[in-house]
Design a protein around this ligand. Sequence first.
Ligand code: GLP
Length: 246
Amino acid sequence: MEIRVFPSVDEAVLEAADMVERFISGAGPVLGLAAGATMKPLYAELARRHNQPEPARRCADSRIGLRAYLLDEYVGLGPDDQRSFRNTLMCEFARPVGLAEENVCGPRASEVDLAQECERYEASIREAQVGIQLLGIGVNGHIGFNEPGSPLDSATRVVELSEQTREANSQVFAPDPVPAQAITQGIGTILSAGQLLLLAFGNHKAAPVQQALEGPITPRVPASAIRMHSCATVILDAAAASKLSG
Ligand code: GLP
């Protein structure tokens, strides 16, 4: 695992954007997308680069076969619901880089048979073989929506969201309550990607980052599982790295 610490979020984002841009400029890339505040500046930077005039423009689009797979989705929200991760990622990333709707795949969390939908999505991810999976980290150490206690070999499934996670995401839903459940790629699913790129910024991420990177590898801290992967990169700003000993 490689840990890279940058003085500011801006510098960290530029490095992450370079990595993603290099990857999606290759042939037939499959990118794993994460939602959340952490990813917003990265997607904005990738969109900015995409919209530069040729030849400075290097960011790939649907013409060279980029496909994207979502990490998770709230149960009960259809794809057109503004609050769905799918809609958010279409707005923040896919449309700005010219990626067509049909090339963005995610769990259909408004299906009647959620168990069947989880099986379908797990199979489609395994078949697609994600090249780089982007990851944020929750304040309780979650990745995707794999809350503490999630088995390290778990597959895509329906999960109950913790109060802490619902609180952290409440702004998007206010005044409505945050859905109680989500479909998430499992930790095992996430680990099947070719490369993991975890980003964390800010003081509020310092404790979960320290536990994930320096504590035991345990289901109690789902993000600690990234250390089981042979090609994981962690990009932090100084604040998120402030509790690391090394
Ligand atoms: C959310 C999402 C994750 C995200 C993480 C961190 O609840 N399920 O995909 O990476 O928690 O979110 P944020 O970047 O907003 O802190």
